[in-house]
Design a protein around this ligand. Structure first.
Ligand code: 9MJ
Length: 327
């Protein structure tokens, strides 16, 4: 049989590449059954040669035994909460305040859908996923690293090159609607036979509840996904000058980023995007409760600063409440 170390490395590469193509490029390379076959082969090879299993191996996603409770994690850079706008007038005020404060006639904004999931922060050191935490109160969250490792959309190691020595990525863990419905249909069917998983009330609670499981093996059974939408601490390297360019780098490094993110100009650009996303909303594969507008250049963001914990440079423009998807 060929050298097991070479075969293990080749399987890791193939599986990580398949993960990236599926979750980031939304362009699967191999069918799920093939992915599972390769994963099983890797699992058997690593079991036969324990010294050859890397901590970043795709087999190491469902690892740790249940913890008693979650450790606390202090966010070196607070995780923001967004101010809300509910009307066109409030959006125009938001843009006017930017012009008045930093003299931007028609600023460029990075815009994206506001996913209705659970905000988390992922820390990478030397390109490897070392810690993940919930937002908590913005300053302190819970260490849910073991649970986050089970989410295939979250890379265990960064791809490509040029990433900083320390990189924190912020984003939303959510449950895609189809996966939520399939999960519940299965849970309901199994309940009829006296066993099975818990039925989830709605995708948002499903995501939050799944991440707060003390046993990662339960989390691993939940259909969770992830979108990156920002960064936290960055050391030993630099990011581009704009949010939109940073999102492009995050995609290169292996993070899913919303396919609906755009760069638009001025209040008209924001309101046009809001209108288009409102029309597209029912066709999206996940729940959104609005869109997020962010001044695109970081220099402008620094000049605008924050009001208490919410940035002056970004707001969420919410849609009217939608009847929640019930059972
Ligand atoms: N929930 C969501 O999709 N968010 N949340 C932000 C955010 C929160 C604070 C700064 O940015 N951005 C997006 N797309």
């Amino acid at each position: 049989s060929p050298d097991p170390a070479a075969r293990i490395a080749e399987l890791c590469r193939q599986l990580n590449d398949a993960n990236y193509r599926y979750h980031v490029l939304d362009d699967p390379a191999i069918p799920d059954a093939e992915y599972d076959r390769l994963l099983r082969e890797l699992d058997e090879l690593e079991a036969a040669h324990p010294g050859l299993a890397s901590p970043d191996s795709p087999t190491q996603r469902v690892g740790a035994a249940p913890s008693g409770a979650f450790d606390e994690v202090r966010h070196a850079i607070p995780m923001l909460s967004l101010g809300n706008a509910f009307s066109e007038e409030e959006v125009r005020d938001f843009v006017r305040r930017i012009d008045e404060r930093i003299g931007r006639e028609s600023p460029r904004f990075s815009v994206e859908p506001k996913l209705d999931g659970l905000a988390i922060s992922l820390r990478y050191e030397g390109g490897r996923f070392v810690q993940g935490a919930t937002r908590g109160d913005g300053a302190t969250g819970e260490d849910v690293t073991a649970n986050l490792r089970t989410i295939k959309a979250i890379p265990l190691a960064l791809r490509g090159e040029g990433w900083p020595g320390v990189l924190e990525v912020r984003g939303e863990v959510y449950m895609p609607l189809d996966a939520f419905k399939a999960y519940n249909a299965r849970a309901l069917a199994d309940a009829g036979k006296g066993g099975g998983d818990k039925v989830l009330a709605n995708p948002r609670n499903g995501a939050a509840g799944s991440l707060r499981q003390l046993d990662p093996r339960v989390t691993a059974r939940r259909p969770l996904a992830f979108y990156a939408y920002g960064t936290g601490a960055v050391e030993g390297g630099t990011l581009p000058d704009t949010h939109s360019a940073t999102l492009a780098r995050l995609r290169d490094w292996g993070f899913p980023v919303s396919a609906q993110s755009e760069v638009v100009e001025g209040a008209e650009g924001l309101l046009d995007y809001y209108q288009r996303m409102g029309e597209a909303r029912d066709g999206l594969p996940f729940d959104i409760d609005g869109v997020v507008y962010k001044l695109d250049d970081y220099e402008g963001q620094r000049e605008m600063g924050f009001v208490s914990r919410a940035p002056r440079w970004a707001i969420a423009h919410k849609f009217p409440a939608q009847e929640q998807s019930t059972l």
